[in-house]
Design a protein around this ligand. Structure first.
Ligand code: G4P
Length: 531
């Protein structure tokens, strides 16, 4: 395979607690990238998994930041983009989804499709991203696997094909039957799931299969497999590639059951880098010879010893070579790419070459913003990143005047990461901007990071607003006197006017009284360019 065809760039999505972090570790274990999977029990105490590098993540036991992990497997280069599981960080996750070519969706076998899975799935669907489904935690009492398939099919309106089938569930879970290979894979549990699970293979008619299973569970498996062979949807590679069909795998990430089958199949069936949409709506194929890519994430202070900012770029076309000169499309400036890195969690390594599908971290360019295109030739600009309206607002006030400079530096730098937006309130006596975020945890992270990374104490002052609308200049202006007293006017970072309400009903009430005002959910919905 050539360098392009052997790239697989994916993210894992799930509802919190379904097992995304555990599966990530196990893919790394089977991918040969780590020797020993950090046991989840150990993680609970210190949360020092390979992909958790922020102190806060460890303290709070949540995965906050997206990390990029690259490993070679079966002749392929797998780029695994980690995504935060907490709903307050969904914006970050959506951006990561712009940079992948496929996803693995993890579902808890006892719970089925949960709210966050559904939300993330919808984004994948909208973008036509191929989805591989891993039904996890079969070692616990699970829903009937046929019922789970129905649930995926009906809730997600997605065709399903079971690639393997669980041999029992709960304490009776013995392994999985691989339908394409027509072999039952029996696994043994290892202590803490830290090593590859020893495996033995049998044909389904082998008496050893029946003897190792509870007779009722065995009969149910045989019946289900006959039913699937006769009436199930056949595997349709084209439908998988367009995201209309999902291959479904069963297993237990914690015990390593079914992980290798998933990984083997994933590299065999997941698509190589796909064409990316540019501003004009055209798709640029990865074979395009000139290098280009876009920035989907900015992270400050990854290394506590260096106060630097890293812009993560997904390579879309051509070949990236260190020291090359590229055009920063938004500013029209030429920049030299001398400081580019590849990451394995916290460790970094200089990258000399990168191919479509790869992700590189570029250090030392504070002018880069999320969504920016870098390209070897003029005329390439990738479509903008999706935006989200903040739903929580607060002020972060410095508490120690002597630390103001550090506080402001931290605030300004961290705001560039894009997770928190700043708004100005003309006429306000406050020295700090109003902050808006999708979830309140974002503010806590910001405050914590200003304290730990910049050494400045601050106080979080919550603001009462929950609903933001951008005022479209094409409609009637919004007069301050017409607004309910609890609402407010402000300006976004590009000086576009916004109105803030404390609740949806306030917005509806205002619109009822002032039908000529055009209020937009997002700045991208504005009919006219910024005023
Ligand atoms: P997330 O990233 O999707 O939020 O999930 P994570 O991997 O952190 O897993 C959430 C919980 O589910 C963890 O338990 C983890 O051990 C457990 N888990 C993951 N995969 C499996 C599985 O295949 N089977 C079973 N039975 N459990 C699984 P926890 O109670 O939060 O932590 P701990 O007590 O295990 O340390």
């Amino acid at each position: 395979m050539n360098e392009l065809d052997r790239r697989r760039t994916l993210a894992i999505i799930s509802h919190p607690d379904a097992g995304k972090t555990t599966l990530t570790e196990k893919l790394l274990l089977y991918g040969g990238a780590v020797q020993l999977a950090g046991s989840v029990t150990a993680r609970k105490n210190q949360r020092a998994t390979t992909s958790d590098w922020m102190e806060l993540e460890r303290q709070r036991g949540i995965s906050v930041s997206s990390t990029v992990l690259q490993f070679d497997y079966a002749g392929c280069v797998v780029n695994l983009l980690d995504t935060p599981g907490h709903r307050d960080f969904s914006e970050d996750t959506y951006r990561v989804l712009m940079a992948v070519d496929s996803v693995i969706m993890v579902i808890d076998a006892a719970k089925g499709i949960e709210s966050q899975t559904l939300k993330l799935f919808e984004i994948c669907r909208m973008r036509g991203i191929p989805i591989f489904t891993f039904v996890n935690k079969l070692d616990r009492p699970a829903k009937d696997p046929l019922e789970l398939l129905d649930e995926i099919e009906n809730t997600l309106q997605l065709r399903v094909h079971a690639m393997n089938w669980p041999l029992g569930d709960g304490p009776e879970f013995r392994g999985v039957y691989d339908r394409a290979g027509r072999l039952a894979h029996f696994f043994e549990r290892t202590v803490g799931g830290a090593y590859r699970a020893p495996e033995s293979l049998h044909s389904i008619t082998d008496p050893a299969v029946a003897s190792r299973m509870n007779p009722l569970a065995h009969a149910a498996v045989v019946e289900a497999l006959e039913m699937l062979d006769a009436a199930g949807e056949p595997y349709d590679a084209d439908a998988v590639r367009t995201g209309d069909m999902t291959p479904v795998y069963f297993g237990s990430a914690i015990h390593n059951f079914g992980v290798q089958l998933l990984l083997d199949d994933f590299v065999a069936h997941a698509p190589p880098p796909s064409p990316r949409r540019t501003v004009g709506g055209d798709l640029l194929p990865p074979e395009h010879p000139a290098f280009s890519g876009f920035i989907f994430k900015i992270q400050s202070n990854m290394d506590p010893n260096h106060r630097d900012q890293i812009a993560f770029l997904r390579v879309c076309t051509g070949v990236f070579r260190r020291d090359m000169k590229v055009l920063h499309t938004r500013t029209g400036k030429t920049v030299r790419m001398s400081n580019s890195r590849k990451f394995f969690a916290r460790d970094r390594e200089t990258v000399d070459e990168a191919w479509p599908g790869d992700v590189i971290g570029i250090v030392g360019h504070p002018e880069f913003r999320i969504g920016d295109t870098l390209a070897e030739e003029a005329g390439i600009e990738y479509e903008p990143m999706p935006q989200f309206a903040p739903e929580c607002f607060a002020w972060l006030e410095h508490t120690t005047p002597a630390q103001y400079k550090r506080f402001r530096e931290g605030l300004d730098q961290l705001l560039q990461e894009g997770a928190v937006q700043a708004f100005s309130q003309p006429g306000s006596a406050r020295r700090v901007p109003l902050l808006g975020a999708v979830g309140p945890l974002q503010f806590e992270v910001l405050q914590y990071r200003i304290q730990t990374e910049y050494g400045a104490e601050s106080r979080l002052v919550p603001a009462p607003w929950r609903v933001i609308r951008w005022i479209d200049p094409a409609g009637a202006p919004v007069a301050p006197d017409d607004l309910p007293s609890s609402s407010a006017l402000a300006l976004d970072a590009l000086n576009r006017p916004v109105v803030l309400f404390t609740a949806d009903w306030e917005l509806s009430y205002y619109l009822e009284k002032h039908p000529k005002s055009l209020l937009r959910r997002l700045p991208s919905d504005l009919a006219q360019s910024p005023v």
